[in-house]
Write a protein of this length. Structure first.
Length: 304
């Protein structure tokens, strides 16, 4: 009875160390005698073992897909956790921002388009004109502050001119009073004022506006800075001391804005103690100008 009770236990209770896998477990009874010098299994032992292992086999067949699925899920989760996460690539062909503009005059426009644009008039002046490098100017009139070296680099500079008042006619048949002379034209810039200069350079597609510069009284600096900040946001700022010829040093705030294709720089003091400079520049076209400056410098170095 004792042997029969021991034989009817589940098969795993009699599996020796190093035993066979479940598929061959039924043959263990037949091999036990040869390997361990034990009597062979009885018929009842064999039937019990066979029935037990068939049940185990069916259970494994049922649970194997579940186990495999769980293993795959765990492996996939681990791989996903270990895989590097990349940010989505930026869209190809994304539109670039438009270059900055001053009072509707946008950087990058052609010289022809600029000449066709009406002169901005905020003060009711008359006889509004635009003159550029190479134009025939009236006697005694010249472009203001344009060095001849700019023209040598192929830069065409333009400025606006106007007369403050139209000559009056006192009565029919009377001669007109002499007209006031043409002079540089002033426009409003925020709550300040300035006299703009427009500069064009040929980048292979014709003359295009690469720089707008304004040079005027530094009294207008706070108002112009405030207007630019309101329109384009807070600038990047730096402070550089401004030294006059007599040796005095004065504070000089330099504010700048950029949108990637163009930039704006406002200097509190520029060239003179009581003057500010405001410069709009087209990034790509300015590189063309800088390249010509480098070529000229290299040519001059070859002559020394």
């Amino acid at each position: 009875m004792t042997k029969t009770h021991a034989a009817t236990r589940l098969p795993h209770a009699d599996v020796p160390l190093g035993g066979e896998p479940p598929a061959n477990r039924f043959h263990w009874c037949a091999r036990r005698s040869a390997h361990h010098h034990s009597p062979p299994c009885s018929g009842q032992e064999a039937r019990v073992l066979s029935t037990s292992w068939r049940r185990v086999g069916r259970a494994m067949e049922v649970t194997r897909p579940i186990v495999v699925a769980m293993a795959l899920a765990l492996a996939g989760g681990t791989a996903a956790a270990q895989a590097p996460r990349h940010k989505p690539a930026p869209a190809i062909g994304a539109a670039l921002p438009a270059p900055y503009e001053m009072r509707g005059i946008a950087l990058g426009i052609s010289l022809a388009a600029f000449r066709a644009t009406p002169v901005i008039d905020d003060s009711g002046h008359w006889d509004l004109r635009v003159y550029c490098t190479g134009d025939h100017l009236p006697h005694g009139l010249s472009l203001d502050g344009i060095p001849s070296s700019r023209e040598q680099l192929g830069v065409v500079s333009c400025q606006w001119f106007s007369r403050r008042k139209e000559p009056l006619v006192r009565h029919e048949g009377a001669k007109r009073a002499p007209a006031e002379p043409l002079e540089r034209h002033w426009i409003d810039l925020g709550d300040g004022k300035g006299q703009p200069t427009f500069e064009f350079i040929d980048d292979g597609s014709g003359l295009r506006l690469f720089r707008i510069s304004v040079f005027a009284s530094s009294d207008y600096h706070p108002a112009i800075r405030s207007a630019l900040t309101h329109k384009y946001g807070a600038p990047r700022e730096a402070s550089e001391p401004f030294q006059v010829k007599a040796g005095g040093i004065f504070p000089n705030i330099i504010s700048s804005w950029s949108n990637g294709v163009s930039g704006i720089v406002l200097e509190e003091r520029c060239r003179e103690l009581e003057r500010f400079c405001l410069t709009y520049s087209h990034t790509a076209l300015t590189r063309v100008y800088d390249g010509r400056l480098e070529q000229r410098a290299a040519a001059a170095a070859g002559k020394i």
